[in-house]
Design a protein around this ligand. Sequence first.
Ligand code: UGA
Length: 431
Amino acid sequence: MQIGIIGTGYVGLVTGACFADLGHTVLCIDNNKEKIAQLKKGKVPFYEPELEGLVMTNIGEKRLAFSTSIAECVKKCEIIFICVGTPPLPNGEADLSAIEHVCIEIANHMKRYHLIVEKSTVPVKTGEWVQQTLKKHVRKGVQYDVASNPEFLREGSAIKDAAHPDRIILGVASDRAAMLLVKLYEPLNAPLLITDIKSAELIKHTANAFLALKISFINAVANVCERTGANVMKVAKGIGMDKRIGQDFLSPGIGYGGSCFPKDVSAYIKLCEKIGYDFKLLKEVEIINYNQRRSIINKLKAALGKLRGKKIALLGLAFKPNTDDMRGAASLDIIKILQKEKASIAAYDPVAMKNASHVVKNVMFCKDVYSSLEGADAAIVVTEWGEFSHLDLPRAKKAMKKPIIIDGRNIFEPKKMQKLGFKYWGVGHSK
Ligand code: UGA
């Protein structure tokens, strides 16, 4: 099948490369000329394991191509996926202007039947609005369908998630749209749920909100553990053994970040306000999340006293391991607070330092983790990169001015750290 993908961010590029790998012919579109020029050479503009190889292979096999022309995409492709960004507006609502712009351009070029599929995360009822926008601009007599096919891939494991999804959600309003999408996904052999468009849109938003809720829930329990002497890791394991609860997304820590959970929880709250429902539970999810950042600083102050003039090493900057994405990263909140308290910051991240240097100032970026620890009054583990768990701890201790570690991701064993002479604080267990 001939597939068009508009928007070559995480979702668009990974989806395009995976469809091509399934044997479909894919044309990916972006309005960023430089990005498209690089992609034509197989250069992926962000760090995602396995993606560059997949893009290269499929360009080589002539199944994957890139262009800046929506007109070309509409001419060649019957099914067009909209994968452009829906960033938050200052009031927390999702900004749908890029979707609107793309819809108008698609409509202006449509001469035969097309299936327009929303893959970007959008508030419920966006499909209706897409339908109306297309109707306003499309030539008389041209047939089309709108569908919602949300994506559930995670950064850092995007290829695996897209190639082996738990489920494919197809929100459709016609049999023709359903049949096209079922055929498209057939080679994946994944469980399918065919539903209406609004429910599909809400499934995506609700899945992210629920996962964020799980994280905030276990972080709230971590606070209970710190005040009672229980161990949150054990509690998470114990409750997760109940199949109804499950082990996933119960890792306590510094709070969720990224380009999805913070934006989607806040857009969900806004959407509910608009329809007259006060979703207080989700508001609390946000509050708990931010308090986790603050709680790291409180532990640092308990260990060090005043932070003015102290050198703090940050281990990790990206919002999670295996990505260079800094959007919504906990490190940004931590840096802001530390700088307000006049501490100096030395940071190391295996892949995110370049991106970080575009969004933070007055941070010393170090060539390796031991350089960041050199002369540090304390270190904070912000991102649980594998290399930090395998740190040469005696060497780290020697490099530091004071052996204080605030572990925002519980990567170290408290007893071992104490034995090695560290003053160690994790999340959700007494010291
Ligand atoms: C998330 C969802 O997991 C995907 O299913 C969804 O497709 C994607 O958003 C999206 O909407 O595009 P992603 O943001 O890439 O994926 O990353 P996650 O692995 O979900 O992690 C999000 C944040 O939660 C990270 O900051 C991570 O450190 C944090 N987290 C995750 C925890 O603090 N504890 C956990 O147990 C799990």
